[in-house]
Design a protein around this ligand. Structure first.
Ligand SMILES: NC(=O)c1ccc[n+]([C@@H]2O[C@H](COP(=O)([O-])OP(=O)(O)OC[C@H]3O[C@@H](n4cnc5c(N)ncnc54)[C@H](O)[C@@H]3O)[C@@H](O)[C@H]2O)c1
Length: 317
């Protein structure tokens, strides 16, 4: 199989490409290198065909080879990472998805679109988010809202294109992916806590630390992407996450401190003091994975402890 992977030099993308290459697939990567953790030369040495730094909007799909599958991961990410894309991100996310969908319709390729759990909004209660709940757009316009609504608009345009064209697509909404090579700079908490703990600096917990997350190992996410790409399922949207790994951010800080034998203190800070007034994130994020587990044999299998062991090892280098 020949695959196009947008964002293939990123955190999830590089894990996906390495798996596809190991399975003998031909991989073509398009990445603009705004947040890559894999260097283009290293990816090329591993056997991928690499177009970088090239934004999706400038990659000439018509002149490339025919792809059987398109994995679309390219996007600004992270509560800090999205801030610099205010006012630009929505059109980029939607138009990239639309161009790839048109390509997949014409070439009869399957499109695996990576969306986000951010489409569920603020989540101030403790309910697991199911795919079939109504999505409420809050009145307060944050930069994060632009990211979330653009991702949701992309999902909607794919669902509607598939009603009137022979588009085969699956959308995946990952919940809090974590694992080796994730970059803390764009706001992801696991590498940030581990870097602070290993340098014995204060571990900065945002707010009261009681907000909950369900961390999912990047290799579990890759398993789900491959399972859904290989399945006959089409025109469906799935949450993918690991509800068993639920933890409050304060307890995560305590686990990281203990597992790294760190001398760090744990302190509570207002993230707006660190990242400016536009910083925003959801309160709780808890996935319902009933739909994906009822329609596929995919199950998340890596524990929170395993995630932290793997990230600590990768940060130690
Ligand atoms: N990491 C998470 O917890 C998480 C959670 C939910 C959804 N997602 C989604 O998963 C996907 C991958 O996320 P990630 O964590 O691997 O992020 P990442 O930043 O590590 O990877 C994204 C890659 O895409 C590239 N990129 C960004 N915009 C591009 C563009 N316009 N054209 C070409 N390349 C571009 C970046 O340089 C980067 O290498 C994203 O679509 C994100 O919205 C991630």
């Amino acid at each position: 199989m020949r695959a196009l992977i947008t964002g293939g030099l990123g955190f999830i993308g590089n894990a996906l490409v390495k798996r596809l290459l190991a399975q003998g697939h031909e991989c073509h990567i398009v990445d603009n290198c705004i947040n890559n953790c894999w260097q283009p030369d290293d990816a090329a040495r591993s056997g991928a065909v690499v177009h970088a730094p090239v934004p999706v909007s400038e990659y000439d799909l018509a002149s490339g080879p025919d792809f059987d599958v398109v994995y679309h991961l390219a996007s600004p990410v992270g509560p800090v990472g999205v801030l610099q894309w205010a006012g630009e991100m929505a059109s980029m996310i939607v138009s990239d998805t639309h161009a790839l969908a048109r390509y997949c319709i014409e070439k009869r390729a399957k499109l695996i679109n990576i969306s986000t759990s951010e489409i569920y909004g603020q989540n101030v209660d403790n309910q697991a988010q199911r795919e079939d709940i109504d999505k409420i757009v809050p009145a307060e316009v944050t930069i994060r809202l632009e990211y979330a609504v653009a991702k949701l608009t992309s999902e909607i345009l794919l669902t509607n294109l598939a009603k009137v064209h022979p588009l085969k697509h699956v959308t995946i909404r990952p919940f809090n992916v974590a694992g080796p090579s994730q970059r803390g700079e764009v706001g992801f908490v696991t590498p940030r806590f581990i870097e602070l703990a290993l340098s014995n600096e204060p571990i900065t917990v945002f707010g009261d630390g009681l907000q909950e997350r369900c961390f999912t190992h990047v290799e579990d996410i890759v398993d789900s992407i491959l399972a859904l790409a290989e399945s006959k399922i089409s025109n469906e949207v799935f949450n993918v996450g690991n509800p068993q790994n639920i933890v409050s951010i304060l307890d995560l800080a305590k686990m990281v401190k203990e597992m790294t034998s760190s001398q760090s203190s744990i302190i509570f800070v207002d993230p707006k003091e660190l990242f400016g007034p536009h910083y925003a994130e959801a309160y709780n994020k808890i996935p319902s994975i009933e739909k994906v587990t009822s329609l596929t044999s995919w199950r998340p299998s890596r524990s929170l402890h395993q995630i932290l062991v793997d990230v600590i090892e990768s940060v130690r280098g």
